[in-house]
Design a binder for this molecule. Structure first.
Ligand SMILES: N[C@@H](CCC(=O)N[C@@H](CS)C(=O)NCC(=O)O)C(=O)O
Length: 130
């Protein structure tokens, strides 16, 4: 029975994924506009961030759309299919749950921020243009 349920959800995910990605593409907002200097500062401040995510996770899509809206170049890491990223997420953050933003802090330590709403709020606080 467990196997059937697992295959049911796996098939459902396969069917839904293209629709979710299309919907993401169509509903991703325009990026905020910044001067070249401001964009360079935002790029510098976000260069050590990485988003651990699954491609078709609705919470990850929500965060990716916010990253696009804020015009940020944040590396996304596939924690579903890439074993290295998956292991890094589990070892660093403590669990396989996405989205998770890896933040390299000024004192050299790392912070692993879970929860899509918290990630969005953290990004807005730092990168929303005045
Ligand atoms: N409340 C969380 C929900 C995140 C969530 O449920 N993510 C799923 C993928 S869509 C996940 O990581 N599942 C794996 C698990 O919980 O072990 C958020 O808003 O970020």
């Amino acid at each position: 029975m467990r196997v059937i349920i697992r295959y049911f959800f796996r098939t459902l995910r396969l069917v839904l994924t293209p629709f979710m990605l299309l919907s993401e593409k169509l509903s991703t907002p325009e990026s905020v506009t910044r001067s070249a200097d401001e964009q360079a500062r935002a790029d510098e401040a976000s260069k050590d961030l990485a988003l651990y995510q699954f491609k078709a996770c609705p919470f990850c899509i929500k965060v990716r759309k916010e990253i696009a809206r804020l015009g940020l170049n944040i590396e996304t890491r596939d924690a579903q299919h890439d074993p290295e990223h998956r292991a890094a997420l589990e070892a660093g953050g403590g669990r396989i749950k996405v989205p998770c933003l890896k933040i390299h802090q000024e004192d050299g330590s790392e912070r692993w921020l879970y929860e899509s709403d918290e990630i969005k709020a953290w990004l807005q606080e730092r990168f929303e243009p005045a």
